[in-house]
Write a protein that binds this ligand. Structure first.
Ligand SMILES: NC(=O)c1ccc[n+]([C@@H]2O[C@H](COP(=O)([O-])OP(=O)(O)OC[C@H]3O[C@@H](n4cnc5c(N)ncnc54)[C@H](OP(=O)(O)O)[C@@H]3O)[C@@H](O)[C@H]2O)c1
Length: 340
């Protein structure tokens, strides 16, 4: 049930921009024009915006927005639709949605392609809903579509306490896979277990290749979701079972690696990876429909839920980035917008 919202949309809004590549202090709260609708778009009055590691990479100058995308960072938002372009026929002003966007989320208002919006699951609060799109789209498309993870298969999720990791553990557990996770402290490992990890490996104390061998009686895992890359690559290959799949979705440890191709052949391995942001609106729209059918029921029932580490007011985005770069967080960091 939706109600029309007679909200006046201002000409200008608070937004956070990246003034130059660099540390968190390059993030500045500024006034910007409220963005305009293009074909198929809706305008969302933002209540909350998720912070993701790719925003940090963008701030450092290492992850530029795709051509035609807002230079304002922010890949996911939740709020209320206030304007609808005629061809975004699903939505009405007043609808509460969360949306995947290619940029522009750190702002009071943000445009999103209508097909990249999803209804807020059940009674979920805006802060939680804003923490859903980026990691749920990413994990769904990589772990299940690309990696073909099946019930009873073993999956190793690196960075189990990250936004991506906390989502992946829960979705893999809900899919009845056997979940292995790595994390950098005992407290983080405990958090991974609470989310459904069957085995959590503190990689600072325990070599994850040895741990996987030990826990699987030498068989290895069927799927690995990796955000580290670099020297993890060869070690991941060592952990994979026959017909195993390695899915690379991040490069926090570096982009260069060497590989034992013999092992790939002998064990019939598949190595793949993907990025979400550059995909077309049509592809993201298809993913959104897929998520709505397969994952939204889990979110609506509360069986899976985004893990919220901490919130910060929009204007304190620099503090939010500092928090992320400590890597002390578990789950998601979210910016909140006070429209009063
Ligand atoms: N391909 C895609 O479409 C896509 C989409 C979204 C995100 N990503 C990628 O997924 C990764 C995670 O994103 P996120 O937003 O979930 O990140 P996040 O919440 O900031 O978590 C990152 C965590 O990774 C762990 N880590 C392991 N090795 C690391 C290293 N060398 N440097 C920094 N951290 C390291 C840290 O925890 P420990 O204490 O355990 O070390 C850290 O807390 C990023 O690489 C991001 O670019 C990819």
């Amino acid at each position: 049930m939706t109600t029309p919202m007679p909200l006046r949309v201002p000409e200008r809004m608070l937004a956070v921009e990246i003034t130059a590549p660099g540390g968190p202090d390059v993030l500045r709260a500024v006034q910007r024009p409220v963005p305009r609708l293009a074909t198929g778009d809706v305008l969302i009055r933002v209540d909350a915006a998720g912070v993701n590691r790719p925003d940090v990479l963008q701030r450092l100058g290492n992850y530029p927005p795709p051509p035609g995308t807002s230079d304002i960072p922010g890949l996911e938002i939740a709020g209320t639709i206030v304007e609808v372009e005629a061809s975004a026929t699903r939505w009405r002003p007043g609808d509460r949605v969360c949306a995947l966007v290619a940029g522009g989320g750190y702002a009071e208002y943000c445009v999103a392609p209508g097909v990249q919006c999803l209804p807020i699951p059940g009674e979920m609060a805006s802060v939680a809903a804003a923490a859903v799109p980026e990691t749920f789209f990413t994990v769904w498309t990589n772990l299940f579509k690309r990696g073909g993870l099946q019930p009873r298969e073993r999956v190793l999720i690196h960075g189990g306490s990250s936004g991506i990791g906390t989502t992946a553990i829960q979705l893999a557990h809900a899919a009845e896979s056997i979940v292995f996770a790595t994390a950098g402290s005992d407290a983080k490992c405990e958090a991974c277990r609470r989310l459904g990890a069957d085995v959590a490996i503190n990689y600072r104390r325990d070599d994850f290749v040895d741990a996987v061998r030990r826990e699987t009686s030498g068989a290895g895992v069927d799927v690995i979701l990796d955000i580290v890359g670099g020297e993890y690559f060869a070690r991941n290959i060592e952990c994979l079972a026959l017909n195993g799949r390695l899915i690379q979705i991040g490069l926090l440890g570096g982009a260069q690696a060497s590989i034992d191709l013999g092992r790939v052949m002998r064990r019939r391995l598949t190595i793949t990876g993907s990025t979400l942001r550059v995909r077309t609106v049509e592809e993201k729209g298809e993913l959104a429909r897929d998520l709505e059918a397969n994952v939204w029921p889990l979110l609506t029932s509360g069986r899976v839920a985004p893990v919220i580490d901490r919130t910060f007011p929009l204007a304190d985005a620099a503090e939010a980035h500092r928090r992320m770069e400590t890597s002390e967080h578990v789950g998601k960091i979210v910016l909140t917008v006070d429209h009063a």
